[in-house]
Design a protein around this ligand. Structure first.
Ligand code: 4HQ
Length: 252
């Protein structure tokens, strides 16, 4: 899969793309990521990427022609259709579903705006406008890295165990269960006995219980569309009817 990123701050991508799962996938040629400096597509002496807004008002707007030229160069390089995403707080909230869907595309381009945003006519070349959340950032670069990371994880081979990616609790609409590692006791904080019991049936059941309880407590909205298995459904029904599972003290 290929990603083309259009930005006025290419340096923001260097460390982020070299590290971890994504960095390794690039080394292994499972992903190709090209970062395009928008100023390379300007034609004026000052390499201007922004201008004053028509109609007046504060701030600056990103000029359309450098962006169109960058997208033309990307189309030319890729040869086959490129899905163009614009990072914007006005976009549709980006979800795990979107990450899964976009992971099946061959070529994705990510447009990163700065200032007050891009000239509205840029949207004629955009397939999807996506928001990573309801807060205002200084530019689309961090959102582009978020989207790239979440999408790349769905490209076969990028994450070691693609079974675990497909069955990731979040993909099914549940929050993750609590994790512990050694030592078993730190100060007065103990690892739950069940995890030390070696009873794998009980451990599986406890983790499901924790996932369902946490989701109900912290993100009940997720349960509307969750793909629960029979056991999880049963746990949820039990909690909702006021029955506590053995061992749980209801504190979390
Ligand atoms: N921005 N999700 C403003 C965001 C944003 C978000 C990107 C700031 C675009 C012009 N993008 N620029 N939240 O806040 O995607």
């Amino acid at each position: 899969m290929t990603f083309d990123i259009v930005t006025i701050f290419p340096a923001m991508f260097e460390a982020a793309l070299a590290a971890g799962v994504v960095g390794r996938a690039i080394d292994r040629r499972l992903l190709e990521v090209v970062v395009h400096d928008l100023r390379d597509f300007t034609t004026d002496r000052h390499r201007s990427v922004d201008d004053v807004p028509y109609g007046g008002g504060p701030g600056m707007v990103m000029k359309p022609e450098p962006i169109f030229k960058a997208l033309d160069a990307i189309d030319e390089r890729r040869g086959t259709p490129v899905t163009v995403l614009l990072m914007s707080p006005q976009g549709k909230p980006f979800t795990q579903r979107d990450a899964e869907r976009l992971g099946a595309q061959e070529h994705v381009a990510l447009l990163c705006g700065r200032y007050e945003g891009v000239d509205e006519r840029v949207r004629s070349r955009v397939d999807e406008e996506v928001s990573i959340g309801d807060y205002v950032l200084s530019g689309g670069e961090l959102p582009a890295l978020v989207v790239l990371d979440a999408v790349a994880r769905h490209v076969p081979g990028v994450v070691g165990d693609d079974q675990s990616v497909a069955e990731d609790s979040f993909s099914r609409g549940l929050l993750d269960f609590p994790h512990y590692t050694r030592p078993a006791v730190v100060g007065d904080l103990r690892v739950p006995d069940v995890l030390l019991s070696g009873n794998h049936q009980e451990i599986r059941r406890w983790r499901k219980q924790q996932s369902v309880e946490r989701t109900l407590e912290r993100r009940p909205d997720l349960l509307e569309n969750a793909a629960l298995d029979d056991e999880e459904r049963q746990i949820l029904n039990k909690i909702r009817s006021g029955v506590r599972a053995g061992g749980s003290n209801g504190r979390d």
